[in-house]
Design a protein around this ligand. Structure first.
Ligand code: SF4
Length: 443
């Protein structure tokens, strides 16, 4: 056991394999804070019929632990697992789909997917929770959710302007895993583990490789930097996915940050409600509510992620008084149309999640097949603004390469000026006048 790990254990933090910090070690992919299983995942039987295509998720308030679709998937592929196990988040993490062999038993892979899966472990690993796997199409490689988590060969094609670290985070890190870009807030990368890996991840250079480990000594250094920097009033905890830490470790981190007098708010960035809603347990939310004001930035990409399970997870978080926002990456062929984005944003509001940012996809290496022209984001905003609730309209941002920060873009509503009148274009394209008599340019 490393001295640091010994300290963590004696302080009540959960046990971790000491080799977790070594890239390429066996345990790289094991969830921090979960018992390490030596058992291979159970072998699911072949499907007797294709998984029904999920295009529109019935939106209802269900009190049953699993949706019928998830239950059918469990029975087909994990017949030995009970409903209780399926709804245990650590069971979900231990039984993630990580190999070509597992995938081939569950879906019909295209040649591009098959070859990419074999190469992916060298880049961003493959990792999909059984729950999220139950949402994707068995037959269709163009299925939106399938494209977000199963690699294709396009991922290995580098295009001009792409970079492994397009946001230059490594150059704005005073302490390893802490990014200080904006004056009054910092980004704390707690770990590099996610329960499910998104193929378009901005941090694919580090996530899933055991490069950032939630060791107490590193986190203490980051907290010390925050303590010595009174300008920091807002700490965003991200990764990797911080909610893959167990409750005890998360509580330790939150309590340490809360003890810094000038830290006004803490935010957690997580995709857990979309990929592992079982993690949002009553015990977790009971713990989180001790650390208010606490905000959460969720990561929803497509309406098909807005399942009854996800809704229940968001309801628990919202009932604990945690304001919820969603950050959505604009992805070609996945959510880059007005109807899909409107559906997503309206579902999010019903889940008490405010659509917060719509991100232009960052130019990470191998992302060309995901990236849209910037004008597509503006067209989508035009299709939302005025046509649905203002709360359902996110801010469209480009995170400027080189560490320039988020730059919001808006469709231009100003059509010109006539004398004292400002000419404005409304959501129907009609020109309206505002008597902007105090806004005339000075001579
Ligand atoms: S959950 Fe976030 S950090 Fe993890 S792979 Fe997806 S985008 Fe990257």
């Amino acid at each position: 056991m490393k001295p640091d790990a010994a300290k963590m254990r004696s302080s009540g933090l959960s046990s971790l394999p000491a080799s977790r910090n070594e890239a390429g070690s066996e345990n790289d992919e094991e969830p921090p804070g979960s018992p390490v299983s030596s058992e291979p995942p159970p072998s699911p039987p072949p499907l007797s019929s294709p998984t029904p295509r999920l295009t529109v998720v019935p939106f209802f308030r269900s009190r049953t632990p699993s949706s019928p679709r998830a239950t059918a998937f469990r029975r087909a592929h994990f017949p030995a697992a009970t409903e209780k196990e399926w709804n245990d988040w650590q069971w979900q993490v231990r039984n993630r789909i990580r190999s070509l062999e597992q995938l081939e038993r569950m879906i019909v892979l295209s040649d591009s997917e098959r070859r990419a899966v074999l190469q992916a472990q060298a880049k961003l690993p493959l990792g999909i929770t059984p729950y999220f796997m139950s949402l994707i199409s068995r037959e269709d490689p163009a299925d939106p959710l399938r494209r977000t988590v199963i690699p294709t060969l396009e991922e290995f094609v580098a295009s001009p302007g792409e970079d492994d670290d397009p946001l230059s985070e490594e150059h704005q890190s005073p302490v390893r895993g802490l990014v200080h870009r904006y004056p009054d807030r910092v980004l704390l990368l707690v770990l590099d583990f996610c329960s499910t890996y998104c193929r378009y991840c901005t941090r694919s250079r580090i996530v899933g490789h055991g490069a950032i480990y939630p060791s107490r000594s590193r986190l203490e250094q980051a907290i010390e930097y925050i303590r010595r920097t009174p300008a920091v009033r807002d700490v965003l905890i991200s990764g990797g996915d911080p909610l893959t830490l167990n409750d005890e470790r998360l509580a330790w981190l939150l309590s340490r940050l809360r003890a810094v007098p000038h830290v006004e708010i803490i935010r957690i960035g997580t995709k857990i409600p979309a990929v592992l809603p079982q993690r949002i347990t009553p015990a977790l939310v009971r713990m989180l509510r001790h650390y208010h004001p606490l905000w959460m930035s969720l990561h929803f990409t497509h309406p098909a992620e807005c399942t009854p399970e996800a809704m229940r997870a968001c309801e628990r978080l919202a009932n604990a008084g945690i304001p919820l926002g969603s950050q959505t990456v604009l992805l070609k062929g996945i959510n880059d149309s007005v109807p899909v984005m409107k559906d997503l944003c309206q579902r999010l509001l019903r889940m008490r999640v405010r659509p917060y940012y719509l991100y232009q996809c960052d130019p990470i290496t191998g992302s060309a097949h995901f990236r849209t022209p910037v004008r597509r984001g503006l067209e989508i905003l035009e299709g939302l603004r005025g046509h649905t609730s203002g709360y359902a309209v996110p801010t469209f941002v480009v995170d400027a390469p080189g560490g320039g920060g988020k730059i919001p873009l808006m469709p231009n509503g100003v059509a010109g000026r006539e004398g004292g009148d400002l000419l404005l274009r409304n959501f129907r394209g009609r020109t309206c006048r505002y008597p902007d008599v105090f806004g005339e340019p000075e001579n």
